[in-house]
Design a protein around this ligand. Structure first.
Ligand SMILES: Nc1ncnc2c1ncn2[C@@H]1O[C@H](COP(=O)(O)OP(=O)(O)OP(=O)(O)O)[C@@H](O)[C@H]1O
Ligand SMILES: [Mg+2]
Length: 236
């Protein structure tokens, strides 16, 4: 059996407290193997972004546990959580997350720059730049490298965000509603790239979406409903 890249057990998460508390995750389990591309399909408001924030260590669950490659993450000090985020995780957020005051190329290089600056990467900035350019080339963004995010389209920004998510060769890539800003041609390209990446590098991909068509690229589709994940069809 392939190594488990991610294992989430019994995740619970509510917003607010007391009478007005809204339970969003209700004891959710999810396991993803290295090299697997899992699509989590569910309607708007069912908690997909909440789930990704928790899986990506940007938010903490009320209860439940998340393991990366078998290592528990509960109780890790913030410093180690952010180290894990920088080194092992890649994110593509639902809404724009590029830094507006940096160019497209600078945005893509940012995670590599952080790893180099902290001494955890032996790569030179020049090498990181070459790799960043290769990603940009692959997604047709070379001509935009010097532009600021505000000078590009939503789809271009999302492709740049994908390059940035990949630059540190993450073990786990989390993608939120990737299809939203992509036209058909670029969408197919991005999904093909994600699929190849998962297969070739053993990267685990978790993509959440409400778009059934996007799921055909995944190696497995699960359904999210009432705060839980179901293999196969969700119960009516
Ligand atoms: N900070 C918050 N405080 C209170 N409620 C919240 C907060 N964030 C999200 N919610 C609520 O939690 C539920 C899940 O939100 P979430 O953003 O995870 O849904 P989603 O599945 O990603 O939706 P979409 O497909 O529209 O992006 C929604 O009912 C939302 O209104
Ligand atoms: Mg969402």
């Amino acid at each position: 059996m392939a190594e488990l890249a991610l294992q989430a057990q019994g995740l619970r998460k509510s917003y607010g407290s007391g009478e007005t508390a809204v339970a969003v995750l209700k004891g959710l389990d999810l396991a993803v193997s290295a090299g697997e591309f899992v699509a989590v399909l569910g309607p708007s408001g069912c908690g997909k972004s909440t789930l990704l924030n928790v899986l990506g260590l940007m938010d903490v669950p009320d209860t439940g546990e998340i393991f990366f490659r078998g290592r528990p993450t509960a109780g890790l000090p913030e410093e180690e959580r952010s180290l894990l985020r920088n080194e092992a995780l890649g994110f593509i957020f639902q809404f724009d997350s590029l830094l507006p005051e940096f160019t497209i190329l600078e945005n893509v290089m940012m995670p590599a720059r952080v790893a180099i600056a902290s001494g955890r990467s032996r790569e030179t900035l020049l090498q990181a730049r070459e790799r960043a350019m290769a990603f940009l080339r692959g997604l047709n963004l070379v001509s935009l490298q010097g532009r600021f995010p505000a000078q590009t389209s939503g789809g271009e920004r999302q492709r740049a965000a994908l390059c940035r998510a990949l630059i540190n060769r993450p073990a786990l890539l989390l993608a939120d509603e990737l299809t939203g800003n992509l036209d058909r041609k670029n969408g197919e390209r991005v999904f093909q790239d994600l699929k190849d990446l998962a297969r070739e590098h053993g990267t685990a991909v978790v993509m959440v979406t409400h778009n059934e068509a996007a799921c055909r690229w995944a190696s497995r589709t699960v359904h999210m409903s009432d705060g839980l994940i179901f293999e196969g069809a969700a119960p009516a």
